[in-house]
Design a protein around this ligand. Structure first.
Ligand code: MOS
Length: 744
């Protein structure tokens, strides 16, 4: 057992405190990566390949070089020396180098948008104008960008640590023998993350202690790993690298790895010996910084007439790049969602001439749950059983794949509580039974889930004599309010007001943090803080004089209370301990180590309810209302927590109804590489969103009882919307996004 003892969190934890970064952002004092006012800085603009596959014959930069303000064109001829570090997704993220195709360093082209060269100039506009004048000549080769034209004959080595094929019993035979079955394909188009803050990096080479020293301001979800990665690429010690990012203006997974623009900034800075900035343009993002892969998937479910599931099959394939492998684990949710006697999960992949796909908000669960939760709804329809009741009849006693008990699984509680508040049972279950004028009205439900992860994290906690407390950790602020939530947690454990605690993050001079991804930051940083609090107690007790109420008592007998340490013998103010020891402050390090194998299967659960109005003549789907009910352990901050849940649901609406990366497969290029044609929801698309949660600490999963909340709320939305569209119209739409031509 690796479960943790409960914490007695009665103070600031859970309160809806306003995030400190909120004020900083709205008053303009927050500095985002591209905004650092660095003197003497040059600008880098990449020259992307216009073809998807081929060999460079010539990069003609003569005209560009003559243009005003232009300093340098980087090509494979003059690119500085670097080590070809393998892509992170093939090394279990030992590095975060995204692609093994290095910028301005390759003679071979493997996707349109690959950075073949770059211009360094005195202004962004000069660099951009010159970049348009760099003319590349290619010998083209055949390309495949269409997932339906690709050979999907390769199996990923592993999917989220599990094999790509999982079988229990004989699922195909059990399916054929089932009294009722559904068996359908759920194809998904690819998506692109479109953070408002563009990907950017500013690099500067200096000398420290007679050694080269690289400083990079980079918009990143993963600074500590970036530090190691730069060190590997440039053959220097990680101590000779500093990476800084104080705010991230949206990422959703797209800033987890180090994409080529960041290395371009480093190359340019090395060649010019000046700070160099590279900001990816919106259009370059589409070939430059990863995407959610298109997927072809099938889900088949066989059940008895009473709704008991006997067999589930979930198979299909996703795409990856030609030279690098990222395997989207879309079948993985199906190994733990429902009881079944027979199961077969089988994933393959194909290789396309595209940039590397990457994680995008709940990478495995978002596409996987769309298929599985649509299929469950279809089965409920076949059986004429309420879809919530159908899920109840198939609740597993334990994780059917690992055989482990769930650390907590409140799926049915979420469905039931959500159904009650949403008024689920008031609806007429028959499709096409509700309308208002031209609008057909429908309600849909889907489950949500997300696994629990932590990443190794170190923190330093410092207590000052004047009562201020500080947390230092190289975690990231990706918009979620990390500094506020973690300050609340520490304040609670120390029993001091949250206003006394502050947190510094976003700089590799701070203790090493993990990636702000996998919804893992809260528990990872929080777990390290918990460890630090224990060490702080011992450390402060060690300062106590021998006649103190703290001497001769065990650490376990002492607790923090209102700025004091309380033992059975009495209490001592922390301030007095520090002043008696003539110290202005005391610092301790806390650590959360890599998680070991656990005796529990750890996941969060939730329920998503939506109501849509559909105009069949115009093909319109309008969201009318949404409700999400989640069970993610302790919620550290009710306001930022609610906000994250809402954010995930909004992104889910985009996934369900709007987001789509379109290709012209003849040219092998993306056609809607801009925010005008790549549709994401705007305010008018978003209905009233009601968020609720079951706040039950899960200490069998998490050292602080809190699981992650960043990703779960997107995972049920697309299926809930498709299920609601079916309820409204009687029409089942099995591919995303649900655009007018599919509805009409
Ligand atoms: Mo998230 S896709 O784990 O950044």
């Amino acid at each position: 057992m690796t479960n943790y003892t409960s914490l007695d969190l009665q103070g600031p934890v859970g309160k809806p405190l306003v995030r400190v970064s909120g004020r900083e952002k709205v008053t303009g004092t927050a500095t985002f990566t591209a905004e650092w006012p660095i003197e003497n800085m040059l600008h880098v603009v990449a020259v992307p390949s216009t073809i998807p596959h081929g060999t460079v014959r010539e990069i003609d930069s003569r005209d560009a070089e003559k243009m005003s303000g232009v300093r340098l064109i980087i090509t494979p001829e003059n690119v500085p020396k670097f080590t070809r570090v393998q892509s992170g997704s093939e090394t279990n993220f030992a590095t975060t180098v995204a692609s093994s195709l290095f910028p301005a360093a390759e003679k071979e082209v493997f996707h349109a948008g690959q950075y073949m060269a770059a211009v360094v100039a005195e202004s962004f506009t000069a660099a951009r104008d010159a970049a348009l004048q760099v003319k590349s000549k290619y010998k083209t080769k055949p390309h495949v960008t269409d997932i339906d034209q690709a050979q999907a004959d390769e199996r990923p080595e592993k999917l989220m640590g599990a094999p790509a094929v999982i079988t229990i019993g004989d699922a195909e035979q059990a399916l054929q023998e089932s009294e009722v079955m559904v068996d359908h394909e759920y194809p998904l188009i690819g998506n692109h993350h479109n953070p408002i803050e563009m990907h950017a990096a500013i690099a500067h080479w200096t000398t420290q202690n007679n050694k080269p020293f690289l400083t990079v301001y980079e918009t990143s979800q993963s600074l500590s790993a970036a530090q190691t990665s730069y060190a590997k690429v440039f053959g220097i010690d990680p101590k000779q690298v500093r990476v800084i990012c104080k705010y991230v203006g949206g990422a959703f997974g797209s800033k987890g790895l180090m994409w080529p623009h960041a290395l371009l900034a480093c190359f340019a800075a090395k060649l010019t010996d000046q700070p160099c900035k590279c900001v990816v343009t919106r259009s370059q993002l589409y070939g430059g910084t990863g995407h959610r892969t298109p997927i072809r998937q099938r889900v088949a479910i066989g059940a008895n007439k009473d709704g008991k599931i006997h067999s589930i099959i979930h198979d299909g394939y996703a795409s990856t790049a030609i030279k690098d492998t990222y395997s989207e684990a879309f079948t993985m949710v199906t190994r733990m969602m429902y009881h079944t006697d027979h199961l077969r999960l089988d994933q393959k992949q194909c290789r396309l001439h595209s940039q590397m796909p990457t994680f995008m908000r709940a990478p495995a669960e978002t596409p996987g749950m769309f298929a599985l939760e649509s299929a469950i709804d279809e089965l409920a329809q076949e059986l004429n059983i309420d879809p919530i009741e159908l899920r109840r009849r198939n609740e597993p006693e334990k994780d059917i794949h690992s055989g482990k008990p769930f650390s907590s699984r409140l799926l049915m509680q979420c469905l039931d509580a959500g159904a009650k508040r949403f008024g689920w049972n008031d609806r007429d279950r028959a499709p096409r039974s509700q309308s208002e004028g031209n609008w057909l009205i429908g309600q849909g439900v889907a489950a949500a889930t997300y696994p629990f992860f932590t990443f190794p994290t170190k923190v330093r906690v410092t207590v000052h004599a004047d009562g201020r407390v500080r947390i230092d950790c190289c975690s990231q602020e990706i918009g979620t309010g990390t500094r506020t939530a973690q300050s609340q947690l520490l304040a609670d454990m120390l029993d001091v007001p949250a206003s006394r605690v502050s947190m510094e993050l976003g700089d590799t001079v701070l203790p090493k943090g993990g990636i702000s991804g996998g919804s893992a930051t809260t528990a990872s940083v929080g777990g390290a803080i918990r460890d630090a609090v224990e060490k702080l107690k011992s450390r402060l007790m060690g300062l106590a004089p021998s006649d103190s109420a703290l001497s001769g008592v065990k650490v376990d007998e002492v607790r923090f209370a209102n700025g004091t340490l309380v033992s059975p013998k009495g209490s001592v103010a922390i301030e007095d301990l520090l002043s008696d020891a003539m110290k202005e402050s005391v610092s301790v390090m806390g650590e959360l180590k890599a998680s070991k194998d656990s005796s529990f299967s750890k996941h969060s659960f939730g329920a998503t309810f939506v109501e849509v109005a559909v105009d069949e003549e115009l093909g319109l789907v309008r969201m009318r209302r949404m409700l999400g009910c989640y069970s993610c352990g302790t919620i550290l901050n009710a306001k930022t927590g609610r906000s994250q849940f809402i954010g995930g649901m909004i992104m889910g609406i985009g996934h369900a109804l709007q987001e789509a990366t379109h290709w012209d497969h003849r040219l092998g290029r993306i056609t809607n590489d801009n925010l005008a044609e790549y549709h994401i929801p705007v305010n008018a698309d978003i209905p009233e969103i009601d968020i609720m949660w079951i706040d039950t600490a899960d200490y069998d999963a998490s050292p602080i009882g809190a699981k992650g909340i960043g990703e779960i709320s997107i995972t049920g939305v697309a299926a809930a919307v498709a299920n609601a569209v079916h309820h409204a119209t009687g029409k089942r739409i099995r591919s995303l996004p649900i655009t007018p031509e599919k509805v009409m």
